[in-house]
Design a protein around this ligand. Structure first.
Ligand code: PLP
Length: 455
């Protein structure tokens, strides 16, 4: 392996890192970390550090690192057939098998899978399919998409617009038009602390109704949402939220896109978040957990109702004009098949539910009565600890203080990776599903030390 200093120089000189303060990186003020190897829930870097990855990369290495079953499937596929395209009806054993495996596991009423590469492009596909659908139905005015503040749907032009976090839009001339935002179902951050959960849900529903009335249902095509908010703060919805939203959408002929890039394939302790929360989506976005990040692959699962209209559209207009070179890439598909088999064989979906409950319990035991811990929440292996300046009044720290980032750094110095979520002092935990109880205890114990060091 090359010397660390050589790699660090090349890194600073050549590599444009995503989501990075470019100037600080160039000045050498940001930590450079060259990751070399990984196994189970741990990664190692070239400086010899071994770190417990409490965020599974970017909540994507769901089955854990170093699984030979997936590595072997990828190698075998590369030797046998590294690539062929999927245009005009071409397929491979891996892509065809994977489409069946996905639909066997998907919520009811789903018809077909369109394969892409990552969550962003899958959501771009979904928006195009929604527009196409309404054009074929003779409703060319019905095109706007409603998303939620704090939603995250990717970094593309449209998906960056749907994202409800300013950091991903600033100076990029986003959002584009045809995008509307409504309330985030973030009960912990409700304005009126006396408001019941049921009243809060009713308020979310009322603001959605107001938005639809203001814009006109005949201009609104779809609503997109993550079953549980991810990047916007790792927030499971309050009880009854999704059925209540679903009722409004059905009444106004508005499609539902469930963005299951994070929640799909087990992270909440159910195969899909849609089933977990009683959503009935028309489109489902999948990525990360589909291959556990062993290869880039995403998908748009299209429901029966839309599929019929898409077929009709091609009868009227010819082949659908949407495709990527790497749609259904055989290596990604082979990784997906091996990954889903492994999830079944090791019963990792129910494991995620059980270990997730254990982790939440351990976090509560370690930090539940700390004066600056406002909320410990989670569903399955999607957990968050939200820090507050004052627990009783629920006042938040001045964002400029960077309290969440400081705790994150203090935890990292103890060998545990969490994610300081981009908005608010929120430490996120979304480890691989193979997390052991002792690793969960380690996360909780070291987080408690890090919180005490900073606060
Ligand atoms: N949708 C959700 C809910 C996500 O969390 C992400 C990424 O974190 C995306 C879409 C975008 O996926 P990608 O980064 O693979 O483009």
């Amino acid at each position: 392996m090359l010397k660390n200093t050589q790699l660090e120089d090349w890194d600073r000189e050549n590599f444009f890192h995503p989501s990075t303060h470019l100037a600080e990186f160039a000045r050498g003020n940001l930590a450079q970390r060259v990751i070399t190897t990984a196994s189970g829930c741990h990664i190692e870097d070239s400086a010899g550090n071994r770190l417990l990855d409490g965020f599974a990369g970017l909540y994507c290495v769901n089955v854990g690192y170093g699984r030979p079953e997936i590595a072997d499937a990828i190698a075998a596929q590369a030797r046998e057939l590294a690539y062929y395209h999927a245009y005009v009806g071409h397929g491979t054993e891996a892509s065809i098998t994977l489409s069946k495996m996905i639909l066997d596991r998907a919520p009811e009423g789903m018809s077909k899978v369109y394969f892409g590469l990552g969550g962003s492009d899958a959501n771009e596909t979904n928006v195009k399919l929604v527009w196409y659908y309404n054009n074929i139905r003779g409703l060319p005015e019905k095109k706007k998409i409603i998303s939620r503040w704090r939603g995250y749907h990717g970094s593309g032009l449209m998906t960056g617009s749907l994202t409800g976090l300013e950091a991903f839009q600033k100076k990029f001339d986003l959002p584009l038009d045809r995008v509307l935002h409504t309330d985030a179902p973030y009960y912990f951050r409700r304005k009126d602390l006396d408001q019941s959960e049921a009243d809060f849900v009713a308020q979310c529903v009322a603001s959605l109704e107001e938005l639809i009335a203001r814009e006109g249902a005949d201009t609104i095509a779809a609503f997109i949402g993550e079953p549980a908010l991810g990047t916007g703060g790792l927030v499971p919805p309050p009880a009854g939220y999704w059925p209540a939203i679903q009722e409004v959408l059905d009444r106004h002929d508005i499609l539902l896109i469930a963005d299951e890039v994070v929640t799909g394939f087990g992270r909440l302790g159910s195969m899909f978040g849609s089933d977990h929360y009683g959503m009935r989506p028309d489109l489902i976005t999948i990525a990360k957990g589909l291959t556990s990040a062993y290869a880039p692959l995403s998908g748009s699962i299209v429901g029966d109702k839309m599929w019929k209209v898409l077929e009709q559209g091609t009868d009227e207009n010819g082949p659908i004009g949407h495709g990527w070179t790497y749609s259904a890439h055989p290596i990604g598909a082979a990784a997906g098949v091996a990954n889903l088999k492994l999830i079944d064989e090791l019963d990792l979906v129910s494991t995620a539910g059980k270990v997730g409950a254990y982790l939440k319990g351990a976090l509560n035991d370690a930090l539940g009565d700390h004066a600056n811990v406002g909320d410990i929440r989670g569903e399955g292996l999607l957990c968050a600890v939200e820090l507050v300046e004052d627990r009783d009044s629920r006042s938040f720290f001045d964002p400029k203080k960077g309290v969440g980032a400081a705790v994150n750094a203090a935890l990292l110095s103890r060998g545990v990776i969490s994610r300081a979520m981009p908005q608010g002092d929120i430490l996120g935990f979304a480890p691989p599903f193979c997390l052991s109880e002792s690793e969960a205890d380690e996360i909780a114990g070291k987080l408690a030390e890090a919180v005490r060091e900073v606060l």
